[in-house]
Design a binder for this molecule. Structure first.
Ligand code: 1QQ
Length: 375
């Protein structure tokens, strides 16, 4: 008995020592993503992209001369407070030098001030609202702001489909949805479009009939919607049920860039226009390999959110190596100088920590519940 207890104790000590030694061989990267709840499709795609890049980095020898990069991922469930708690855990308990995420701008506006104050580099891969990187010198993003994408989408709607009069809808309880609407409105005004009405709703709403009935009577050419994927899908389904014809085209923002839209709305989403810096059929070698490897690993196509996350993990790994240490300040400096050629195209940060290039935005449309590039 005593002997086996002693042996067990010795074993436990040996295990702890081995774990501690092993821990020093690892560089932990934190991530805060939506893995549950209505917006989980975004976070699950991001997690898949991060993990695929992580595997590639570690198979190629890791970082800092042979250390493994590990991912400590926390679920925010799309909730600001849960995202802030996750950030506190990652900083305090896990001592991560970098946090990737959170998924939503709404969450980032709560997390950013906390991680910036703790001087922990925080890199949004999907946060597109205005003002994200202005929160402080530790806040970066690899996602193109809506302000750079929606003018391209609206110009295409005008030039290619003759859209002149629009109704505008947005969720007024989500920072991204509101900011995306502001960008859409500015772009519509710059293009000289007539705005027949502006209608709002809540992100958890399921009944949009009052707004849509009003819009139906206004004879518009198109309806813009700035919202996350669940409410947009609800708007599309209900619009067609209420008899708004398919000739009235919907125009979405970054929230519409998830394949979940087609899964929920099906053919009601057909004809929707959305801008994106990435498309699954992009023919460059890096993207072809990424898409093929992703299909092999996960048995489905990557989406824009997975692609952005995949590039971001590679960018972060490069910066860790260039920093020469698992140190947030050194990584911050290194990120500002990092150049990466990824599946989204060539990437570097502006001094303000936003993506340097807004080129390569393509406009996609939905057909049979799937995205297609607009020919
Ligand atoms: C933001 C977004 C969302 C659509 C990310 C999933 O762009 O919150 O900024």
């Amino acid at each position: 008995m005593t002997r086996s207890l002693l042996a067990a104790g010795a074993f436990a000590i040996a295990t702890v020592t081995a774990t501690a030694a092993f821990a020093q061989q690892e560089v932990p990267i934190g991530a805060i993503e939506i893995l549950s709840g209505p917006s989980a499709s975004y976070g699950i795609a991001i997690k898949a992209g991060l993990e695929m890049a992580l595997d590639e980095i570690n198979s190629a020898g890791g970082v800092l001369g042979g250390k493994k990069l590990t991912l400590v991922i926390e679920d925010s469930a799309g909730n600001k407070d849960q995202a802030v708690n996750a950030a506190r855990k990652l900083v305090g308990r896990d001592k991560v030098p970098v946090i990737i995420g959170p998924t939503l701008s709404n969450e980032m506006f709560a997390v950013g001030p906390v991680t910036n104050q703790r001087k922990v580099v925080t890199v949004g891969t999907s946060t597109t609202a205005k003002g994200i990187t202005e929160m402080g010198p530790y806040i970066f993003r690899t996602s193109l702001p809506e302000a750079d994408v929606v003018p391209v989408t609206l110009k295409t709607a005008k030039d290619k489909f003759g859209v002149k009069t629009i109704a505008m809808m947005y969720a007024n309880d989500d920072a991204f949805s509101k900011s995306g609407f502001d960008s859409m409105k500015a772009a519509a005004e710059a293009l000289g479009l007539n705005i027949a009405t502006i209608e709002t709703f809540g992100s958890k709403d399921t009944d949009f009939s009052a707004q849509l009935t009003k819009i139906k009577g206004l004879n518009v050419d198109a309806i813009t919607v700035s919202a996350l994927v669940e409410p947009i899908s609800g708007v599309l389904l209900q619009a067609r049920q209420l008899g708004i014809p398919a000739s009235v085209r919907f125009i979405g923002g970054n929230g519409a860039n998830s394949p979940k839209l087609g899964e929920i709305a099906g053919e009601a989403a057909d004809g929707l226009l959305v801008g994106s810096p990435w498309f699954v059929d992009k023919k460059d070698a890096a993207n072809v390999k990424f898409v093929s490897d992703f299909r092999k690993k996960y048995g489905k196509d990557p989406d824009q959110f997975a692609a952005q996350a995949y590039d971001t993990m590679h960018i972060v790994a490069k910066a860790v190596d260039a920093a020469g240490a698992s140190d947030s300040d050194a990584i911050r400096e290194a990120l500002l100088k990092t150049r990466h050629s990824g599946v989204m195209g060539p990437f570097s940060f502006t001094p303000g920590r936003d993506p340097a290039s807004a080129e390569g935005v393509v406009v996609l449309t939905m057909k049979g519940g799937k995205f297609q590039i607009l020919e």
